[in-house]
Design a protein around this ligand. Structure first.
Ligand code: ZN
Length: 340
């Protein structure tokens, strides 16, 4: 397989990405076209003008606006395809990618069509670029625990029917404020019973401490924590999570720009957590909604923490340990990274 060879040396570092929402990767020009097609005019001419946030919840209102432009199977195929093609130019080789269909299902879309569309787009991008991608169906916590359980059961049915083979995991995202994560225990129990891997956004929003991380691990049985940066406030939990080998999928720039949790990247605890023995990966979360990409994430980290190309390469390679690939797939991906 031939990968595009980017000009920038940081883009040439091969990378995995485990925390990226497909709806947060839509090209601004595509947002405009899809909005027009869906008859949902945007309040601005340039979607980039929407992309200013002062908190996670203010970001979510824009995220939902972009989500509403996704109506047909072809729309989902287009955004998955463009997302992977764009990221391949910044070194992406393997992604476990979130999609969050609660809003669409509530509006009457068919989950089978959404998954089929995403699969179409992923297959086309894989054939063209060599990047590989699997899906994680994310529960939108704002829609409540019953909708979460329904999503898990529906995905389970599709998979039994051989129509959701790309979906390997279940996650939970969206707001953390005023939400009791414990209420999602039935959805996560069903995910486990149906054989899905499990991850959960926790410890992201400003005003949220490490308690949600504890709930995600001990009540929901999460095998990974998305963000999880609030863990830095609880050294005992850091030691425990390190010992259990539970990875954190960290999105440093997102925590600055979207959650407004840190004033600047150099305040971010990513490297301190890694030094404390945690498995961490570097991810973009919603790159298009921050005019951002995976290569830039590594470049900015390198600048903030004085990491050279080799150190960034090691950080990228460590990400393989946090994937849900089996041992032989991990070995072959490591060999591929080493060759590059
Ligand atoms: Zn996220």
């Amino acid at each position: 397989m031939t990968y595009p060879v980017p000009g920038n040396p940081i883009d040439r570092i091969p990378k995995v990405e485990l925390h990226c929402h497909v709806e947060g990767t839509v090209r601004p020009s595509t947002v405009v076209e899809l909005a027009r097609k869906a008859g949902r005019p945007l309040p601005v001419d340039d979607p980039a003008d929407l992309y200013r946030y002062d908190s996670l919840d203010s970001f979510l209102s824009i995220f939902w606006l972009v989500q509403e432009t996704l109506v047909t199977r072809d729309d989902w195929a287009r955004i998955a395809y463009e997302s992977l093609v764009d990221a391949s130019g910044h070194g992406l080789r393997y992604r476990e990618m979130f999609f969050t269909p609660a809003r669409h299902l509530a509006a009457g879309q068919d989950l089978a069509g959404i998954v089929a569309g995403l699969t179409d787009g992923i297959e086309a991008a894989e054939a063209e670029t060599g990047v590989r991608c699997r899906l994680i169906a994310d529960i939108d916590r704002a829609y409540g625990p019953a909708a979460g359980l329904e999503l898990v059961e529906w995905i389970g049915e599709l998979r039994r029917a051989g129509r959701a083979e790309r979906v390997i995991g279940i996650g939970a995202d969206s707001t953390e404020l005023g939400v009791d994560l414990r209420a999602f225990e039935p959805a996560f129990a069903a995910a486990r019973w149906l054989g899905f891997r499990r991850t959960c956004h926790a410890g992201e929003a400003v005003g949220v401490g490490p308690d949600n991380i504890r709930v995600a691990l001990d009540v929901l049985g999460a095998e990974r924590i998305d963000h999880g940066v609030a863990i830095a406030e609880d050294p005992a939990l850091v030691r425990e999570v390190a010992a259990r080998g539970v990875p954190l999928t960290v999105c440093p720039l997102s925590n600055v720009v979207i959650a407004n949790r840190y004033r600047q990247l150099s305040d971010h605890p990513l490297l301190a957590l890694r030094d404390a023995g945690l498995l961490v990966t570097v991810n973009t979360d919603d790159p298009a909604m921050m005019e951002h990409d995976l290569g830039r994430e590594y470049r900015l980290l390198g600048e903030a923490f004085d990491l050279d190309l080799e150190a960034l390469g090691r950080l990228a390679r460590e990400g393989i340990d946090s994937t849900w690939l089996d041992d032989s797939e991990r070995r072959s991906l490591r060999a591929e990274f080493d060759r590059a």
